[in-house]
Design a protein around this ligand. Structure first.
Ligand SMILES: [Zn+2]
Length: 418
């Protein structure tokens, strides 16, 4: 059993936190931005220093490989992303990259024998903060293996045409051509050359911390659905229309939202659901709204519970406070289970290292969930302080980050031994 170096991990955290440092404890590091390129160059520098071979693919995903004693066997990859959301934290994504680097550095420093090639990988543009959608490169690389209702959103030519949210004259394809990391398509992660993928990540929720556990052994990514709920009223003057004559679409939406909360709270307590997006027309303070469209996103491991959510939506009142109510599915995703054997290696490793742990599912999307359709994949979570992520207070201690890397290392070595 081996452990990683807290000192080396601390140095990586400090260094990578500079690339895109927003000056108040977090980073803004969009995919293929100058800050992302700094992080990638640092990745190359550190990986070349231990003798790893660097490759990139046509989506600018990066691969640093330490050759095994039987280099023709399919390799083992550890991957995450180094881009962030706007004003994000120093751990989401980059921890998985730093953890992968730390594993290779430990293998090199301690001359740990391994048969398979071991690769630290960076997925390009996981967040999709500048060039939507999120999980772009994993969507493209895993395209042929994704379910039809997901993959149509990840056609490579559409991705190349994705416009920058800051400047509609610039596309992801242009940024890709200019970034200096675009390589050949044949370098892509693929099921012929790789036998397993591990992703270390912060939990991004409060469960591990609340339970006092060091490690989350991730078993699945929750199934989810997203529906759009629409209410239709009548626009009228806000000053001249008595209340009893109104057909206020926003009031109707509020009633419906209350109805959904009341009904969904009767279902399984592990169900989570959110209305995070709303379109209000005409969105003027002098006009009674005539149209509202809001999202409802619901997640649960058990497809039966997701079905119950659909039933609740289908049974909503068709009319309320004089307004018509309609709904439409935006999209759904089945629960993605991680590879049982790999989950087992993670669990055995945690036990051997003597860390406290629990099995946990992932409510957030990760590149690993697309990868799981293509090659055996699993994830390891470490706690997020106060459950915060996608924000500057995001924090995981160096000790916890290093414990995550140690679990990754031992799980990878178990996988190597097979
Ligand atoms: Zn992430």
């Amino acid at each position: 059993m081996y452990t990683c170096s807290e000192k080396r991990m601390e140095d990586k955290i400090k260094t990578f936190s500079q690339f895109g440092d927003a000056g108040h404890g977090g980073i803004t590091r969009y995919a293929l931005s100058p800050e992302d390129i700094q992080a990638r160059n640092e990745f190359i520098r550190r990986m070349e220093a231990i003798g790893a071979e660097i490759k990139t693919d046509d989506m600018a995903c990066m691969y640093a490989t330490l050759k095994g004693s039987e280099p023709d066997l399919p390799g083992i990859v550890m991957a995450s992303h180094c881009d962030s959301v706007k004003n994000g934290g120093n751990y989401d994504g980059i921890l998985g990259v730093m953890g992968a680097m730390e594993v290779l550095e430990t293998v090199a420093a301690e001359k740990i024998p391994h048969k398979h090639n071991l690769t630290a990988m960076i997925w390009t543009n996981e967040e999709g903060s500048l060039y939507p959608p999120s999980m772009m490169a994993s969507g493209v690389l895993c395209y042929d293996y994704l379910p039809e209702n997901i993959r149509y959103k990840f056609k490579q030519e559409d991705m190349l045409n994705s416009k920058s949210i800051l400047d509609a004259n610039h596309t992801f394809g242009e940024a890709l051509d200019a970034c200096g990391f675009k390589g050949p398509k044949e370098n892509r992660l693929n099921p012929k050359d790789y036998k397993a993928m591990f992703e270390l990540h912060i939990e991004q929720g409060p469960i591990l911390e609340a339970a006092g556990n060091d490690i989350g052994v991730v078993t699945c990514v929750l199934g989810m659905l997203c529906y759009r709920i629409k209410t239709y009223g009548q626009a009228d003057h806000a000053g001249t229309t008595p209340m009893k004559y109104r057909h206020d679409a926003f009031y109707a939406a509020a009633k419906i939202l209350q109805y959904l909360h009341d009904e969904l709270d009767k279902l399984d307590p592990e169900l989570v659901y959110t209305t995070g997006e709303i379109v209000l027309h005409p969105n003027v303070h002098t006009v009674i709204p005539d149209y509202v469209d809001f999202s409802i996103d619901a997640r649960h491991e058990d497809p039966k519970v997701i079905e119950q959510v659909v039933k609740v939506i289908e049974n909503m009142p068709k009319e309320i406070v004089g307004c018509r109510v309609e709904y439409e599915p935006a999209w759904t995703r089945d629960t993605v289970y991680y590879d049982k054997e790999l989950v087992g290696y993670v669990e055995e490793s945690v036990k051997e290292l003597g860390y406290s742990y629990q099995r946990i599912n992932s409510g957030a999307g990760h590149d690993a969930q697309f990868c799981a359709y293509m090659i055996p994949t699993t994830m390891i979570f470490v706690p997020s302080k106060d459950g915060h992520s996608h924000c500057e207070p995001e924090f995981t201690s160096t000790k916890q980050c290093t414990q995550g890397a140690s679990v990754l290392l031992n799980a990878v070595l178990k996988c190597d031994a097979k």
